[in-house]
Design a binder for this molecule. Structure first.
Ligand code: NAP
Ligand code: ZN
Length: 351
């Protein structure tokens, strides 16, 4: 074991404090990474504040699953990484590797999946601690290769916001000739816009914040719809092949279902704790489907990163020091982030 520095909350209402945590020394299959940047996902806020009844938070909690950094040590059996390489870590740090889910690149659904934070840690007997830290140690199977041409602060959010939007867009075969709606222009939403556009689709952004309209167009949207304006919503009726809903709070899905074409699909990735009420009629008329999507497996995450390297895609980030974490969470709650906070982890040295 060795001591690492991290930022943790001690309860749902506590501010972040700098703490010392124990990390394992790399086993033969492990990679140790010095964390350079970590994105702030709205899931970090849900988890830090114990908002998910299905996943109670164990305190102290060190969030962070959008990790990019430099490899500092590798175990003797590690083949694909060496000290000095760039590496990324997303929402997963372990799985059994043998079950049908792992065999088909759906490690997130492995019964033994270990999440990057707030998951039982079989090495330490405690819980896993995430990327708001100066280092992390993970099994090599969960370390991702990072394209050399991309800005690292903007790469970090790809590890969750990137794959979470990429996977459902790919599953729905989004491409040329289709029209896609992205609901909510936050961390996930702005990546959804970039990917849907890069995949060749026509893109409409649905936002509650009129002040984001210009940015939506700059990020790649062809159209912007102010979702609280019934007139603007009515103009979209029956026009979309797919909608990706990234909203972090409960809201009415029916106005969006009405925007789908026949056989259209609404995929939920936003994860409020409370249920969305859905009328059967909203789906029956038009053979529409409602589905969900959880992050993505390791192979699709690598494919997404490689695609970003080829197309020069990164997240639009506001880089902050750890000293501004509490303020960043409050701004996230107000939908006031353009469009992802990325923590410069070197700031932890003076925390
Ligand atoms: P975020 O940056 O806070 O963005 C969420 C956006 O939703 C906001 O920017 C806002 O966009 C819109 N919004 C917020 N409150 C709203 C409300 N009351 N009514 C309507 N719109 C509202 O959050 P994020 O990091 O992108 O995460 C979004 C959600 O996805 C969270 O619930 C998170 O836990 C979840 N998530 C799920 C997965 C998965 O695997 N399924 C992975 C990561 C995150 P506008 O200002 O444009 O309206
Ligand atoms: Zn996330």
């Amino acid at each position: 074991m060795y001591e690492a520095k991290a930022c943790a909350v001690a309860s749902p209402t506590s501010p972040f404090r700098s703490v010392t945590i124990e990390r394992r020394d790399p086993t033969p299959h492990d990679v140790q990474i010095e964390i350079l940047y970590c994105g702030i996902c709205h899931s970090d806020l849900h988890q830090a504040r114990n908002e998910w009844s299905a996943m109670p938070t164990v305190y102290p909690c060190v969030p962070g699953h959008e990790i990019v950094g430099r490899v500092t040590r590798v175990g003797s059996a590690v083949k694909d990484f060496e000290a000095g390489d760039l590496a990324g870590v997303g929402c997963l740090v372990d799985s059994d590797g043998t079950c049908p889910e792992c065999q088909t690149h759906h490690e997130q659904f492995c019964p033994k999946a270990v999440y990057t934070y707030n998951s039982p840690d079989r090495h330490t007997g405690k819980v896993t601690y995430g990327g708001y830290s100066d280092s992390i140690v993970v099994d090599q199977r969960f370390a991702l290769r990072i394209p050399a041409n991309l800005d690292l602060a903007g790469v970090a959010p790809l590890l969750c916001a990137g794959i979470t939007t990429w996977a459902p867009l790919r599953r729905q075969n989004v491409g040329k000739g289709q029209k896609v709606g992205i609901v909510g222009l936050g961390g996930l939403g702005h990546m959804g816009v970039k990917f849907a556009r890069a995949l060749g689709a026509r893109v409409a952004v649905f936002t509650t914040t009129p002040g984001k309209a210009e940015d939506a167009l700059r990020l790649g949207a062809h159209e912007v719809v102010i979702s609280r304006d019934a007139g603007q919503m009515a103009k979209q009726a029956g026009s979309l092949d797919m909608i990706l809903d990234t909203v972090s709070a409960v809201h009415d899905l029916h106005p969006y279902l009405a925007c789908l074409k026949r056989d259209g699909n609404l995929t939920l990735v936003g994860a409020p704790d409370q249920p969305h009420g859905v009328s059967a009629f909203g789906l029956i008329f038009g053979n529409k489907s409602l589905s969900g999507s959880l992050i993505g497996g390791i192979q699709p995450t690598q494919e997404m990163l490689d695609f970003c390297g080829e197309h020069g895609i990164t997240s639009d980030v506001e880089v902050i020091p750890v000293q501004r974490l509490d303020e960043a969470y409050e701004r996230l709650l107000r939908s006031d982030v353009k469009y992802r906070f990325s923590i410069d982890m070197s700031s932890l040295r003076s925390a």
